[in-house]
Design a protein around this ligand. Structure first.
Ligand code: PLP
Length: 440
């Protein structure tokens, strides 16, 4: 009997949106085993957290050793040693030299909020601009900045003074003809942002614009060519700080250490990091240039567990494994195999008409399905497409012992395997995906 059943269904506090009753007891590499002994392939990686697979031996050992050394000390007194080691490891990996100063927290949302706090303190301005489809967390502040449908069920986050939304250039939206070129969409989105800034009582009221370089919960959509570059220019022209949220995309997920490296001319003023940094241990941070960080008001940043020594020790080990195991090379090879399969399925005469788009970068991979009913997706001309393809395919994968995720908008299923997945494991995963889509 599963340990959940032992509680009795009425006594267990249920999380919202959990799509199985599985109790996940043990993790090893690309696999998770439940408390009833069912072994499952994990193509979710904690949404970009366990990038080196579950319980990577080197990361586990680093955390164990640190547990026997010092776990916690009053953070206002000084630094812990792993924190300093981690900053040394991270600094050369930053996408721009200007990102030279770090501050650590525990969760992504905490760090996003800190980036907003810093932007407001540094500029003396209030407003924050977010993009349609964004996801930045579930604290009250970050919910207000989240414009994908994940929070409050079908609704959006709470309204908060000073948070404004600008359109995202994506063709797959109600009322946007699929034939509209990407360049035209980017032009229109930047024009709308310009209008938004002009409408504000003073353009100078905006402290920051925050964006994920690949929309995560908002549908696994990499920023189209020219968009981030255009945002950078508008920010420069208006004295607005550009915050790049790399919580989900960071640490190799997209095939580069940070996704912003796919857009080499775009310099973040502040970058937010979390998730993959410590392979499952709670750790997050913001990185910026020293002059900006120095503008923090004393005592306004921090938290009891911020930059915890065990998480930092694990994070140091993560960065070492990246080098030792040539993780980025593996992402390139395995990503090609996964994308290869998905493009092959899209080109297939029998089932290809169900697939609207295959998209993503590296091993952050999604399929957008066509749908006859979802107002967000156009139906393929005359073709019979089953409704709710994304969740049906997800369930078919689950039947074959593979965990996957959908996104909260559109008909998108996403595949987020560990970055060190082997060729053999990827082949097995691809076979499961092929069968799942064919069966539906
Ligand atoms: N920002 C992005 C882009 C995310 O994907 C997430 C989590 O999925 C967050 C922020 C929030 O991170 P956390 O859940 O650690 O608070």
């Amino acid at each position: 009997m599963s340990s959940l059943a032992a509680f009795g269904s009425k006594t267990v506090a249920r999380g919202v949106g959990r799509f199985t009753d599985l109790v996940l007891e043990k993790g090893s590499g690309a696999y998770i085993t439940t408390d009833t002994g069912r072994q499952m392939m994990d193509f979710t990686s904690g949404i970009g957290v366990t990038n080196l697979g579950h319980c990577h031996p080197k990361v586990t050992k680093a955390a164990q050793d640190q547990c026997a050394t010092i776990v916690h000390a009053q953070v206002n007194i000084g630094f812990n040693k792993p924190q300093l080691e981690l900053m040394q490891k991270l600094q050369p990996l930053m996408p721009h030299k200007s990102l030279d100063t770090f501050f650590f927290w525990n969760s992504g949302a905490e760090a996003v909020e800190a980036s907003i706090k810093l932007a407001r303190q540094a500029t003396g301005k209030q407003n924050i601009i977010v993009v349609q489809g964004s996801y930045h967390g579930r604290t009250f502040g970050t919910m207000a900045m989240t414009k994908s449908k994940t929070v409050y069920g079908e609704g959006f986050g709470p309204l908060m003074p000073g948070v404004f939304t600008t359109p995202y250039p994506y063709w797959h939206q109600v009322g946007v003809p699929a034939s509209t070129s990407q360049d035209e969409l980017v032009k229109q989105a930047l024009y709308q942002l310009d209008l938004l800034l002009k409408q504000q009582t003073a353009p100078r009221d905006t402290a920051a614009l925050i964006i994920e370089p690949v929309l995560g919960e908002g549908g696994y959509i990499p920023a189209p060519k020219g968009y981030l570059e255009g945002l950078r220019k508008i920010c420069d022209d208006n004295g607005i700080l550009l915050i790049i949220d790399e919580v989900q995309t960071g640490f190799g997920r997209t095939g580069k250490y940070f996704a912003i490296e796919h857009y080499p001319t775009v310099r973040p003023d502040i970058m937010v990091i979390a998730k993959g940094i410590a392979n499952g241990f709670p750790l997050s941070g913001i990185v910026s240039r020293k002059e900006l960080m120095d503008l923090q008001k004393p005592g306004s940043m921090g938290g009891t567990y911020a930059g915890n020594a065990v998480s930092c020790a694990a994070a140091v080990a993560v960065q070492e494994v990246f080098e030792e195991e040539k993780i980025l090379d593996n992402v390139a090879a395995r990503g090609e195999e996964l994308f290869g399969l998905l493009h092959e399925l899209k080109a297939d005469k029998e089932i290809g008409n169900t697939i609207a788009e295959v998209r993503g970068l590296g091993l952050m991979v999604g399929i957008e399905f066509n749908s006859p009913t979802d107002p967000y997706t156009p139906s393929a001309s005359g073709a019979k497409i089953p409704a709710n393809m994304a969740s049906r395919v997800q369930n078919k994968c689950l039947e074959q012992d593979m965990l996957t995720l959908t996104t909260s908008v559109y008909q998108c299923i996403r595949f987020i395997p560990p970055l060190n997945i082997t060729a053999e494991e990827m082949k097995k995963g691809c076979d499961i995906i092929r069968k799942a889509i064919t069966d539906v």
